[in-house]
Design a protein. Structure first.
Ligand code: NDP
Ligand code: OXD
Length: 318
């Protein structure tokens, strides 16, 4: 093999799935950094697939040309102290990941709309009782983060009949979806009975979902609302505020896939709320074969002199 090796440092890829990635690179050695024997030197290694990698990893790679994120979010890579300033970081943008996220978001909105947690409680009490049931068209869902994931989720929620509004740093123009930019935050929040977070973690979005924001959301006249749904990053939510807002009724319900600390500590009060649907950062896990194919295709483009796709803007942090 004459081509530069690819270093794989992704802690969520188990050892027995590394061959799935390696199979996408017939002509290139894949160094399994997490499970394999670590080579004495990483000189000559031009590419890395990284995630939550050890702090000094990149300083061992003097010939590094591109870092590929194993997921859509790049906050952990950008926070790595050995990240070189001049090496491009490429996000994982993938149909399968996008589809899974939209499935999760639609599921959560429907779970709250159709009051499934209340029906679960009624079932446990052997209670045959029908609740008043508005339609999706009677519910306003706002999405904070109208990027690849937010836009797909918005379109699919609109197909289900929800009234969807979107919010992002730069204003979007999307058929049937009223969009707001970051200068119109309060006007946007006042529209939202359900609020979906699909934001990257940056300095600006850290702690953005807090009591002050939750208090600005709209109340639905029939359903438990407002409802907070977050699959972006846990550090964007103030969990003490989330707990107190669920406890005092500022929030009528929530669905949360991401947490300040993962795994969620056993003593977190969030485990206990009946009106909170909690999933373990699984809304849109990267499909390993698609990750391998995507990186192989991008390296092919790069070596053919074409621009890389989905390069992170370091000045924005996503
Ligand atoms: P994108 O980069 O495509 O979109 C990010 C969106 O957030 C953009 O619309 C951007 O605005 C907006 N945004 C960023 N910063 C701000 C800000 N300060 N104010 C207002 N809007 C802002 O990312 P993706 O849609 O691909 O992914 C979003 C995030 O989802 C990831 O970063 C990751 O954290 C999370 N994720 C979670 C997964 C899970 O399983 N739970 C799986 C995959 C991703 P603009 O359009 O103007 O640039
Ligand atoms: C991602 C994730 O960013 O899974 O892709 O969180």
């Amino acid at each position: 093999m004459s081509k530069s090796p690819l270093l794989l440092s992704v802690n969520f890829i188990p050892k027995d799935e590394v061959p799935v990635i390696a199979g996408c690179f017939a002509d290139r050695e894949v160094i399994d950094w997490e499970h394999g024997k670590k080579p004495g030197t990483l000189d000559g290694v031009e590419y890395a697939i990284a995630w939550n990698s050890e702090p000094e990893l990149f300083s061992r790679m003097p010939d590094l040309k591109v870092i590929f994120s194993a997921g859509a979010g790049v906050d952990k890579i950008l926070a790595n102290p050995s990240l070189p300033a001049d090496v491009p970081v490429v996000r994982f943008v993938d149909n399968s990941l996008t589809t899974r996220m939209s499935e999760w978001v639609c599921l959560q909105c429907l779970m709250h709309l159709r009051q499934q947690r209340q029906y679960d409680a009624l079932q446990r009490g052997h209670c045959w009782k029908e609740l008043p049931q508005p339609e999706a068209k009677d519910v306003q869902v706002g999405i904070m983060g109208m990027g690849v994931l937010g836009q797909d989720a918005a379109r699919k929620l609109a197909v289900l009949g929800f009234n969807v509004v979107g919010w992002s740093r730069t204003k979007k123009t999307i058929d049937d979806i009223v969009c707001y930019d970051a200068t119109e935050t309060d006007a946007f929040l006042a529209q939202c009975q359900y609020l979906v977070g699909l934001l990257p973690l940056t300095a600006e979005t850290t702690g953005i979902f807090n009591r002050s924001l939750f208090q600005k959301l709209a109340k639905h006249p029939v359903l438990a609302s407002p409802v907070f749904i977050n699959a972006g990053r846990g550090a964007s939510q103030n969990e003490a505020d989330l707990v107190s807002c669920l406890a005092d009724g500022t929030l009528g319900g929530a669905s949360v896939d991401v947490f300040e600390t993962e795994p969620l500590p056993q003593d977190s009060p969030l485990w206990e709320f009946g009106n909170l649907i909690l999933t373990p950062h699984m809304a849109a896990t990267s499909e390993i074969i698609e990750l391998g194919r995507s990186v192989a295709r991008q390296i092919g483009r790069f070596e053919a002199g074409h621009p890389l796709e989905h390069v992170v803007d370091r000045s924005l942090g996503y």
